[in-house]
Design a protein around this ligand. Structure first.
Ligand code: F6R
Ligand code: ZN
Length: 199
């Protein structure tokens, strides 16, 4: 990979960058066990394996000092009452942060630490969100019919740990109350001390 400056235009309304290193497509079938309403999940999936989100990555060598960046496009929709969301992850190198810049749409970032602290921050165009080291993160599209588009930057050495989230999901879920988004407890989530006692 050339160690020379590069510039990529992300222009409205096309958004899709003219140049990128990888394009990841995540469909409903890859989110087994993550949505609260399992019946709604199975039913939705039996109709169509919907495309939930896409990520265009600008990748750099996995070296200290390098930054990976990219564009996340999370489509609108719901499984039952739960809005479409990304899988969510901790960084494998836990002590690495990430910055998100919201370009379009409406949503939230759900975050938590391994110790069980949690936070939810709104994403609307122009918002810069700092996800500190140690905080797992998942974006959720709470808009009715618009993509949630964010630009992100993080250390190239970070890596992605999906497994810990897949085990029981995030502590908080974002559901449509019928009157807009609400934050609810995830019944599958167990506090670290309970989890580690093996119950
Ligand atoms: C990178 C990062 C984003 C996400 C993207 C898709 O560290 O946080 O690029 O990877 O928003 O979400 P996941 O990776 O959770 O499927
Ligand atoms: Zn990340």
């Amino acid at each position: 990979m050339n160690n020379v400056p590069f510039a990529i235009a992300i222009k409205f309304p096309e958004i899709i960058p003219g140049m990128y290193d990888s394009h990841i497509l995540r469909k409903l079938s890859s989110m087994q066990g993550q949505f609260l309403d399992e019946q709604a999940f199975t039913q939705t999936l039996s109709q169509e394996d919907l495309l939930l989100y896409e990520v265009y990555n600008f990748e750099r060598p996995k070296l200290g000092g390098e930054l990976d960046s990219g564009l996340s496009i999370l489509h609108p929709g719901k499984v039952g009452q739960e809005y479409f969301m990304t899988k969510g992850h901790f960084h494998t190198v836990l002590e690495t942060a990430e910055v998100y810049y919201c370009l379009k749409g409406k949503g939230v970032m759900v975050m938590e630490t391994p110790e069980g602290e949690w936070d939810v921050k709104e994403l609307t165009p122009g918002v810069v969100l700092y996800v500190p080291p140690r905080w797992a993160h998942r974006s959720v599209n709470t808009g009715n019919d618009e993509d949630l588009i964010t630009f992100f930057v993080y250390p190239a050495i970070a890596g992605h740990n999906y497994g810990d989230i897949e085990l029981q999901g995030f502590r908080k879920l974002i559901l449509d109350s019928g009157n807009g988004p609400e934050i609810v407890d995830n019944p599958r989530w167990q506090a670290p001390e309970v989890r580690h006692n093996g119950s």
